[in-house]
Design a protein around this ligand. Structure first.
Ligand SMILES: CC(C)(COP(=O)(O)OP(=O)(O)OC[C@H]1O[C@@H](n2cnc3c(N)ncnc32)[C@H](O)[C@@H]1OP(=O)(O)O)[C@@H](O)C(=O)NCCC(=O)NCCS
Length: 311
């Protein structure tokens, strides 16, 4: 098997080129992915990172690379992250060689899980065959003006949308519990510490001047929410992308078109503010979330896959 070794300064431009080619290939097939890639900046990043970057070499030619950053996740568990530019390989044999060295290293560091971002679609296959399970997707849409869907007359009442403020913190906390529940969290068992951390996080969100909090009300009662903010520069994201998150509809009000109604209004508002693209994420276990976003035209551009590595 060809050798796998740590990256040395001499390799950085070759590895930057591999990452660029890998991303450009994806962007060529998927117009919702931006192919901007600052090679010099990427080379500087490669030379600065402290976690190891491995390269696979065959007959003196580098044929792939793998980088993972190990850090604590939201629950305090050590996990290792690999972004879309953190890997490349010519042949699956190269991926096997890289993983054979990287996985024991991360395990030794105390990491329980390897989380990797891959272009959505056929490129996930190589990972799936190596025990990785698709967990969530990043999906995008080029925004076009459209009318909000019609709500059936027995449900439409007096529908209004307003921007929430810190005064709506209790409403935001209620909807937050619904989102937790959709992720399989038993909200009755949340500790005091988790509840106060949620309150702190939502307070910061509502105070953030770049964040907009949309509340849909039916006859003056909040029945749905959505939060938006400009997406900071991420690999593959076009300039002028708005991120939609925390969509939730009150239980008992679902499957009546309110989710789509609010999202459509939010997208029209984003277009009026000058945004051209929108992005969302959903977990693959969340069927209603996936159905909502897909029915609005969002299309997966990256998939997140996970593999338990401490067993
Ligand atoms: C996801 C959610 C916001 C959808 O809101 P909603 O008001 O029920 O959605 P709508 O009635 O506008 O329907 C939107 C689409 O989703 C589909 N859908 C809604 N609930 C569904 C369910 N339980 N199962 C399958 N599909 C569902 C609808 O069929 C509809 O598609 P269609 O019109 O093409 O048939 C709502 O289920 C919710 O609040 N869930 C908890 C929070 C959450 O999971 N947020 C999403 C995080 S990604």
């Amino acid at each position: 098997m060809s050798p796998v070794r740590r990256l040395i300064p001499h390799d950085t431009s070759v590895v930057a080129n591999l990452a660029r080619q890998h991303l450009a290939h994806h962007a060529m097939k998927e117009p919702l992915v931006c192919d901007d890639f600052d090679r010099r900046e990427f080379e500087r990043t490669l030379s600065r990172v402290s976690d190891p970057i491995w390269v696979r070499e065959a007959s003196g030619v580098i044929r792939g690379h793998l980088f993972g950053a190990t850090m604590a996740d939201g629950d305090g568990e050590q996990v290792t992250w690999t972004g879309p530019d953190g890997w490349s390989f010519d042949y699956e044999d190269d991926l096997d060689g890289l993983l054979k060295v990287a996985l024991p290293y991360w395990r030794e560091e105390g990491s329980s899980t390897h989380i990797v971002w891959s272009p959505a679609g056929s490129e996930t296959e190589a990972w799936v065959q190596r025990g990785y399970s698709p967990f969530s997707v990043r999906a995008a849409l080029a925004i076009e003006e459209k009318d909000p869907p019609t709500i059936r007359s027995e449900f439409n009442g007096d529908l209004t949308i307003r921007h929430g403020t810190l005064d709506d913190l209790d409403t935001a906390l209620q909807f937050d519990l619904l989102i937790d529940a959709s992720h399989g969290v038993d909200t009755a068992t949340l500790s005091e510490q988790q509840r106060s951390s949620n309150t702190k996080h939502l307070t910061e969100t509502l105070e953030d001047p770049e964040t907009l909090y949309y509340i849909l009300e039916l006859d003056g009662v909040p029945i749905a929410q959505c939060i938006t903010f400009p997406l900071p520069s991420l690999r593959g994201t076009h300039d002028g992308t708005i991120y939609l998150s925390d969509i939730a509809v009150a239980e008992g009000m679902r499957n009546r078109g309110y989710g789509r109604y609010l999202v459509r209004a939010v997208l029209n508002d984003a277009l009026a503010q000058g945004y051209a693209y929108a992005e969302v994420r959903w977990r693959l276990t969340n069927l209603p979330g996936q159905m909502l976003w897909s029915s609005m035209g969002f299309h997966p551009i990256y998939a997140q896959l996970r593999r338990q590595i401490n067993d």
